[in-house]
Design a protein around this ligand. Structure first.
Ligand code: TRP
Length: 428
């Protein structure tokens, strides 16, 4: 079976070189791998959480779509679509909402960060926080589960959301007694390239140090020439290490070209000359992309038609049949049809997490917590008596917060969220 890889892109602003090197270019390269089915979508519903300016929303969505296509995403080989073109996603969001633990959502980073900020400022915990921000992980889970994606490439900050998607999927499967959803996994690229910006810090919109990906040639030149360098004169050897300029060159060059550039540094190339070479290198890679981008932006109706076509195909192939199944599963059924499939079948029961207590060869008493698929979540140390082990198990069954999971007597073998979810499932 092919692996389904799903990538969500929140349209906000225009992409910069850092996005290109760190996200767009590697994702498109990965989409060309054999044996995977790629899904790329514009998370326009998510973008509404942050930006509520309709003109900007439309513009960003167009720009991001044009950017990915210009960078080589092949819309006949991958599924490239717009989140809002799949209305079944929002319907699924509701079915997940009713099984999602509110306590789990309370722990989502983005929401927690907003609450922490409010506390610091001495205002109400939830001041200015929309329910949309709070529900963000549920919508994201629906994006993933609606196409039964297996792998979701995300940054570290998003791993938690994938764990939540697994949790909601497991709960739904458990309650409604069938494997409606595949359980997704986060795919983390350990060596994502981050690019330094004009001032040497990480290139990021929030630092205002970016180079827009499709800046016209002249603007690109100006920006490259404004990269911060030290005051060493031409003829003085320059360090490649810690040089934003050198690092940027590397991101656009072959190893041989980079080696030659490093030699030029050692030989004392002047900064002006180095910047000229960097500019030419970047422009050589980007100018064909820029041309395609401008052509695409000039004909938005082509992008619109493409997105609609792919969205419609996805609905017919996957989303509509799945929602039909789910509606039936939850009991939104033809009232005249005979009822069947009672909730919590034997199969569903077997899928419950469980504590196991046992004795090792050394005579000590241990316990472990396994999830419904038999994966280890908690492993204890050995105890002198079964009672000691049992008491801790009893206490754990009550645990509702991460704090309760901190102990010298056992080790977590999974994310805190997962363990808490398993404990909650046991209590139900
Ligand atoms: N939350 C992601 C981000 O901010 C975007 C996103 C929305 C997403 N839905 C998704 C990513 C589903 C992966 C899967 O970057």
């Amino acid at each position: 079976m092919t692996t389904r890889v799903l990538t969500g892109i929140t349209p906000s602003g225009t992409p910069h070189l850092g996005n290109y090197v760190g996200a767009i270019r590697p994702a498109i390269a990965a989409s060309r791998t054999q044996g995977i089915e790629s899904f790329f979508f514009l998370a326009d519903l998510h973008s509404l959480i942050k930006a509520q300016d309709p003109v900007r929303t439309q513009r960003s969505t167009l720009e991001i779509a044009a950017s990915w296509l210009a960078c080589g995403l092949d819309p006949d080989k991958v599924w490239f679509y717009r989140q809002s073109d799949i209305p079944e996603t929002t319907e699924l969001t509701w079915y997940l909402t009713v099984v999602a633990g509110k306590g789990i959502l309370n722990r989502a980073h983005a929401y927690k960060a907003a609450v922490d900020k409010n506390r610091e400022e001495g205002v109400d915990d939830d001041a200015g926080i929309s329910a949309g921000l709070f529900m963000y992980p549920v919508l994201m889970a629906a994006d993933i589960l609606i196409f039964n994606a297996n792998k979701v490439p995300v940054g570290r900050d998003q791993i938690q959301h994938i764990e939540m998607a697994r949790d909601f999927a497991q709960r739904f499967n458990h309650i409604y007694g069938k494997d409606h959803f595949a359980l997704p996994e986060a795919a983390i690229d350990e060596q994502v390239a981050t690019l330094a910006g004009l001032d040497g810090r990480k290139m990021s919109k929030s630092y205002n140090n970016t180079i827009p990906l499709f800046a016209p040639r002249e603007e690109l030149r100006k920006l490259v020439f404004s990269i911060l360098t030290d005051s060493r004169a031409p003829g003085e050897p320059k360090d490649t290490e810690g040089s934003a300029l050198f690092q940027m060159y590397q991101a656009f060059a072959t190893p041989e070209q980079s080696a030659a550039f490093a030699r030029a540094f050692a030989d004392g190339i002047g900064w002006g000359e180095a910047k000229q070479q960097l500019f030419e290198r970047i422009d050589a890679e980007l100018s064909p992309l820029r041309e395609r981008y401008n052509a695409l932006m000039a004909e938005p109706e082509r992008i619109e038609a493409l997105l609609r076509r792919r969205g419609q195909e996805l609905r017919e192939r996957f989303a509509i049949p799945l929602l039909k199944e789910l509606r039936y599963a939850v009991g939104l059924r033809d009232l005249a049809a005979a009822g069947d499939t009672p909730r919590a079948t034997a199969a569903a029961k077997a899928a419950l997490p469980q504590f196991k207590q046992y004795r090792e060869a050394d005579g000590r008493f241990h316990f472990k917590l396994l999830d419904g698929e038999g994966r280890l979540l908690i492993q204890s140390e050995g105890f002198d008596s079964p009672r000691d082990a049992g008491q801790l198990v009893a206490a754990l069954k009550q645990a509702e917060h991460g704090d309760a999971l901190q102990s010298e007597s056992f080790k977590l073998e999974a994310e805190v969220e997962q363990v808490l979810a398993a404990l909650a499932a046991l209590r139900e």
